[in-house]
Write a protein that binds this ligand. Sequence first.
Ligand code: ATP
Length: 228
Amino acid sequence: MRIALFGGSFDPPHLGHTGIATAAAALLYLDRVLVTPAGRQPLKRDQHQSSFEDRLAMVELACQNHPPLVASDIDAPRPDGRFNYTYDTLEDLRDAHQDDELFCLIGADSLQTLRQWHRAAEALMLAQWIVAARPGFPLEAMASLLPSGVHAGDSEQSGGLVRVPLISGFRQQTLWLLPQLDYEISATDLRAALAGAPAGITERVLDPAVAEYARKHRLYTESCALRS
Ligand code: ATP
């Protein structure tokens, strides 16, 4: 099987998330995309977040009409209180799926912080990485944002994909760029909209079931918006 990890805050999960995951699945023949809210994110430690349980429940609703997307709790808060690192989650996945091909999906904005990720260079070697275009974050900058010790080889374009070999010492991996995606949707903007004028949010940006969950559980009230 070809399995992708797609981690993030998902606070809330929106149609940009499901859009890039569905596109990645179609272009790379993924059997399953595990959409995994992260428990404790080191790079968002000072940001107020909805609870892990609420974010997982919303991801379940967001994925329900989008096979092969599957909500997963593999990145739940750790019992020892340790931060959730993508490196650890990929290692756990590799142990659990030794005969499967592993991928890791991120949006282009995540490349900006990649160098600060825990064991970033090693994490890049644990799976094939997929980077989806996001408005405002040019994919051309990718090579300059790689952690030290990893460099990009010559890329090849085919269909809606660009294949980039990643080299780290004697090891090699593949990174796939998905340049044709253009989802101008942000969870930060959605939280503000849900707190202020939810009537303006359409089905083109947020699944109505997710919007209803957020409303029913009062996740994005004005006081929450001020804290984030
Ligand atoms: P926030 O505004 O709260 O930071 P976010 O949607 O940018 O929200 P996450 O929920 O953590 O952040 O996103 C999960 C993953 O989805 C990340 O890899 C992010 O880069 C990617 N992503 C989010 N929105 C888009 C989008 N509109 N286009 C492409 N990728 C996206």
